[in-house]
Design a binder for this molecule. Structure first.
Ligand SMILES: O=C(CO)COP(=O)(O)O
Length: 253
């Protein structure tokens, strides 16, 4: 059985003080590493401090994006080398907000995924369809293509340890979550795409999260599905009690 992985995506929320206060409240209360992988993906500015705050606890710190180059004239960007250098272990890549607002493409996501591995970080690769694509029945085709293109050039071993987050765009921050059955079917399709492009072993090992209006009240519905191994959570990850409740509810019985 795959170990669940719960990642909070804080997006552009919190001040340094609030971020530190959050980690102080949760770090001693998170379930054990044997039960669940816990990741907090915070704004760049807080990462260095948060890595130090959670040292020795079952909490990993992730970034929400990065550049794929090691260094260079890219004003405002942050390199994989800089992130790895301060102890960041995970990085969200290809979030729909980055694709939509900051011109992230399948090609740049692929470069970033390869780069994350080069620097020993685990990518959380986001894929998902728009409302229109969903209504037109194009979800599997669109999401399958995103997965194929994001993972191009990876080895089977790399695929086994990455994380894919299936986030239907119409379910993000809307309070409208996919049905668990619907999400599980898409995650099953993602697994099939990985089997076709890599191997059955890779498809069985890769962890797939669902994201989009996940809360303590509905996480169990998703996590109990055969193809869903965790959640990427926005709004409900911002409050310590809510985040802890998500972790507790995700533990495999
Ligand atoms: O985008 C998301 C996580 O990456 C989902 O956000 P919400 O949980 O706020 O819907």
């Amino acid at each position: 059985m795959r170990k669940p992985i719960i990642a909070g995506n804080w997006k552009m929320h919190k001040t340094m003080e609030e971020a530190v206060d959050f980690t102080e409240k949760v770090k001693g209360l998170v379930p054990s590493n044997a039960q669940v992988d816990t990741v907090i993906c915070a704004p760049f500015l807080f990462l260095d401090r948060l890595v130090k705050e959670v040292n020795g606890y079952n909490v990993k710190i992730g970034a929400q994006t990065m550049h794929y180059e090691e260094k260079g004239a890219f004003t405002g960007e942050v390199s994989p080398a800089a992130l790895k250098g301060i102890g960041v272990s995970h990085v969200i890549l290809g979030h729909s907000e980055r694709r939509e607002l900051y011109n992230e493409t399948d090609d740049s996501v692929n470069k970033k995924v390869l780069s994350a591995f080069r620097y020993g970080m685990i990518p959380i690769v986001c894929v998902g369809e728009s409302l229109e694509q969903w209504e037109n029945g194009e979800t599997n085709e669109h999401v399958g293509n995103q997965v194929k293109r994001a993972l191009q050039g990876l080895t089977e071993e790399q695929v086994k340890c990455l994380v894919i987050a299936y986030e239907p765009i119409w379910a993000i921050g809307t309070g409208k979550s996919s049905t668990a059955e619907g999400a599980d079917e898409v995650c099953g399709h993602i697994r099939q795409v990985i089997e076709n492009n890599f191997s059955k072993e890779a498809a069985d090992a890769v962890r797939i999260q669902y994201g989009g209006s996940v809360k303590p009240e509905n996480i169990r519905d998703f996590i109990s599905c055969p193809n869903i191994d965790g959640a990427l959570v926005g709004g409900a990850s911002l409050d310590p009690d809510s985040f802890l409740a998500l972790l507790e509810a995700s533990i495999n019985e």
